[in-house]
Design a protein around this ligand. Structure first.
Ligand code: SF4
Length: 319
C-alpha cells in the first residue's frame, strides 16, 4: 500500500501561565506513525492523551514544537498559509459535534455550494448540484431531504453523515475523523462506522480515526495506536493490539471495555488508578505509577519502542 501520511518524532509543548509562573505541558512526545492509502488508522486513548493535538497539527491549526509530518512524500509541518489552502482540498476533517460544524441560522445546503465555489470545483449550479447529489448518495442521505433545511431539522446521526458528505466535496485523500460518533445515538453509531469502511473500500480513502472508544476502534481500524500521556505506547494491527495487548496500559484499557456493545464506553479502572509519582513522570516510564508490572528501571529510565510480533511496544518488559 502507498504511504499517504508519515508522522515522525512529532512533539508539541504548550507553555501556560503568566509572566511570573510559567509551566510547560508536553502534549505530544516523540510520536511516529504512518497511514497508507485506503487504510483506517486509529489513535485511541483517554481524553487529554494528545490525540486531538495531533489532529490539529495535521490540519495546520497548531505548529509542532518538533518532528516531521509528510503528506504524499512532501513535508507539510512547515508550509506557508497560502500553501495550506491547496492542502485543505486533500486533507479534510469531521469533528465530534456535527451541530457545531454548521451555523444554526444558516441552511445546511449553503455550505455545500459555497465550498464548491471557493475551491473552484463547480462553475455553475447544475454542475454543483450533481456533485452534491453524488456525495450525499455516498453517505446515504437523499438530496431532496437535505435541500433548504436548517441544522436543527436533522438528527445528530443524519447531520454527521451530511458533514462527512461535505468533507468529501473536494475528493480528499485523507479524512481526519475526531471522535465522530461520540455524540451520535448509540443505535446509529455502527452505521456511521460502517460508512467509514465503505468510503475506504469504494474511494480508496485513508482515514485517521480518533477515539476513546475501543469497541468502535476495534471494529473499524486496520491498524491502531494506543496513546498515553502524549506518547504512543503500542501500535500494530487492530486485531493484535486489542486481542493480544502487550503493553500493560493497553491491557488495562482492553479489560475496561464493556464489549461487545459499542454504545458503552470504557472508563473506570484506568481512571481510578493510584496517584502517580511525579518523579516517574519526569524521568521514567510515564505509566510507572499505575503499572502492575513496574520494575526498578521503569522509575529511572524511559523505555524505547520494541518490535514484538509485528507490534511496536514502548515497554521494558519487551527489552
Ligand atoms: Fe510498566 Fe515498566 Fe512497561 Fe512502563 S516500562 S509499562 S512501568 S513495565
Amino acid at each position: 500500500m502507498t504511504e499517504m501520511l508519515r508522522v515522525l518524532n512529532l512533539r508539541k509543548v504548550f507553555t501556560i501561565g503568566g509572566i511570573f509562573s510559567r509551566a510547560k505541558i508536553i502534549a505530544v512526545n516523540d510520536v511516529s506513525f504512518e497511514i497508507k492509502k485506503a487504510e483506517i488508522f486509529t489513535l485511541a486513548g483517554e481524553s487529554g492523551c494528545g490525540k486531538t493535538t495531533i489532529a490539529k497539527i495535521l490540519l495546520g491549526f497548531e505548529h509542532p514544537t518538533g518532528g516531521i509530518v509528510e503528506y504524499k512524500g512532501r513535508r507539510i509541518d512547515n508550509i506557508k498559509p497560502n500553501e495550506r489552502f491547496s492542502l485543505r482540498k486533500e486533507i479534510q476533517a469531521i469533528f465530534q459535534n456535527p451541530f457545531s460544524t454548521f451555523n444554526p441560522l444558516r441552511k445546511v445546503d449553503r455550505y455545500f455550494f459555497e465550498a464548491l465555489q471557493n475551491f473552484g470545483i463547480a462553475k455553475e449550479e447544475r454542475e454543483a448540484e450533481k456533485i452534491v447529489r453524488e456525495k450525499l448518495e455516498a453517505v446515504g442521505v437523499a438530496y431532496e431531504e437535505f435541500r433548504e433545511k436548517y441544522p436543527s431539522e436533522f438528527s445528530g446521526g443524519q447531520l454527521q453523515r451530511i458533514s462527512i458528505a461535505r468533507a468529501l466535496l473536494t475528493n480528499p485523500s485523507l479524512l481526519i475523523a475526531d471522535e465522530p460518533v461520540s455524540m451520535v445515538d448509540a443505535s446509529l453509531r455502527m452505521s456511521i462506522v460502517n460508512l467509514f469502511k465503505d468510503l475506504r473500500d469504494r474511494f480508496g480513502l485513508s482515514i485517521l480515526y480518533i477515539t476513546h472508544d475501543l469497541a468502535t476502534a476495534y471494529y473499524v481500524s486496520d491498524r491502531m495506536a494506543i496513546m498515553f500521556r502524549g506518547e504512543i505506547v503500542e501500535l500494530g494491527p487492530a486485531e493484535k493490539v486489542l486481542q493480544e495487548p502487550k503493553h500493560p496500559y493497553t491491557r488495562l484499557l482492553r479489560d475496561s471495555v464493556p464489549e461487545p456493545d459499542p454504545s458503552k464506553r470504557w472508563t473506570s479502572k484506568v481512571l481510578l488508578a493510584e496517584q502517580e509519582h511525579e518523579e516517574y513522570l519526569r524521568m521514567g516510564c510515564k505509566f510507572a505509577g499505575r503499572c502492575p508490572s513496574a520494575m526498578e528501571i521503569c522509575k529511572r529510565e524511559s523505555p524505547i519502542h520494541y518490535e514484538v510480533d509485528g507490534v511496536r511496544v514502548k515497554c521494558f518488559l519487551y527489552r
